[in-house]
Write a new protein. Sequence first.
Length: 354
Amino acid sequence: MTETELKTLLSGITPPDEAARAAAHAHWAGLAKPLGGLGALETLLEDAAALTGSAALDVSRRALLVLCSDNGVVAQGVSQTDQSVTRAVAENLAARRTSVCQMARTAHCDVVPVDMGMAGDPVPGVADCRIAAGTADFTQGPAMTRAQAVEAVGRGIRLVQEQKAAGVQLLTTGEMGIGNTTTSSAVAAVLLGQPVERMTGRGAGLSDEGLARKVDAICRGILRNEPDPTDPLDVLAKLGGFDLAGLCGVFLGGALEGVPVVMDGFISGVAALCAVRLCPAAAKAAFASHCSSEPAARLVLDALGKAPLLTAGLHLGEGTGAVASLPLWDMALAVYDHCYSFAEGGITPYTPQC
């Protein structure tokens, strides 16, 4: 995909359908319960109606896209483990053995691991959207070319189109890539204009010394590359990863295709932020699941104007937080579709009080 083609696609993203949102709100108001009694579960479905353009909702077919890639910045000692772990987890995702696979089975959610750019040979059972065998070390120069960033975004959009064509009605997002909390912190620091120290956490459990190396690497990468905070593609290309760029495309694809896309934690939140900076109307497709324990996770959610359904201190990755929120979607829809109305119950409807 070229940048011109991407811009043409993004011009097709329309604002939310407020008539559908109002219809969903009116449906909730007719059910025999206190007005707004289910809180965020009600606005969740109203937002989904505004995205899809219909107050009749069905998310029984759902899938988790786990985008996997390697990041050259691991050469700077920013992670506990080396790049071999990315491949090992991808292999176990393909075998449906990881943490998120067990959770997804319970939540009736398919798991689709995707190779956006891992080091080494392709992994059997992992969808091939590979841009290159990992990004470059951004302390030495740009992580990728601008053309690669655009292509990764485009492949994320196509993933959504393929899933929708297969009948999927709701997507959740995950990622796997050693070093990707470093790339995410770098991108978020630039886009939000925040100090690197505030945006950078311990990832999978860095020591104080490891955290200091991580902060230093991000600072050096920003100084070396001088990313333009008004140009999300420039920031992604210079500091991001193929997984981040692909996830950015997934959120854009959700907005184009009317498919809700559930953010996982900090990393997918940063990808959603990139999508919204590229096209503000894309915010309609991004749904928050939880607030990660990464220190900047709340800042990213606030920048997106999204409130998490769960706050459980999750920071495992793979999409576990996104999948953990799916039972709340199911319970909200159970009430929305099957609860009796005031009229059916012979109850005088509630009215808003001052």
